[in-house]
Design a protein around this ligand. Structure first.
Ligand SMILES: *[C@@H]1O[C@H](CO)[C@@H](O)[C@H](O)[C@H]1NC(C)=O
Length: 161
């Protein structure tokens, strides 16, 4: 009887350990508008005159594969399988934001292993994708993103409650 209890305890601990290591017990914060704003600042200065260039489109510089992984969101009344649905969505700030949010929710993970899935992890996911976000961020992207977050924090703290 006691042996069995020990075995069960060991199994439970092993399962918890695996879940913890794979980051599934990390607290997951939502993808906020502010977070989207800082990702767009970092990736394109949120320059709305950017259209498609090479294999990326719009203020979030989204590829076709990213948009497809995000579930092919569309602008109103568009067909996800129509020609140009990808560029019409990714060049529209609202639709592009929806693509980013969908992508983050799909791949949400604790990229930097700090026990919380937050905007830093979303920024890393946006930069390196759902399978490579543990890589360090390049200096320019990291700096723009960090500056934006810092400014937003100051704004929030100075706002009268
Ligand atoms: C926005 O992008 C356009 C097109 O690439 C460029 O000409 C313009 O200088 C950019 N504006 C800013 C503020 O970066």
């Amino acid at each position: 009887m006691e042996r069995k209890a020990h075995l069960i305890t060991a199994v439970v601990l092993a399962v918890l350990g695996v879940a913890f290591v794979s980051g599934q017990l990390a607290r997951v914060e939502p993808v906020t508008e502010i977070c989207l704003g800082c990702i767009c600042e970092a990736v394109s200065n949120c320059n709305r005159s950017l259209a498609c260039e090479g294999d990326v489109c719009g203020i979030f510089r989204i590829t076709w594969a990213y948009w497809a992984d995000a579930g092919k969101p569309t602008i109103l009344n568009d067909d996800p399988n129509a020609d140009g649905a990808y560029s019409r969505c990714t060049n529209d700030p609202v639709c592009a934001g929806k693509a980013v949010t969908n992508y983050m929710n799909k791949f949400a993970q604790d990229c930097n292993g700090d026990g919380v899935v937050n905007c830093y992890d979303y920024a890393a996911l946006h930069r390196h994708g759902g399978y490579g976000c543990r890589q360090a961020l390049d200096a320019q992207y990291n700096e723009k993103f960090t500056n934006c977050q810092r400014q937003v924090e100051q704004f929030i703290q100075s706002k009268p409650q």
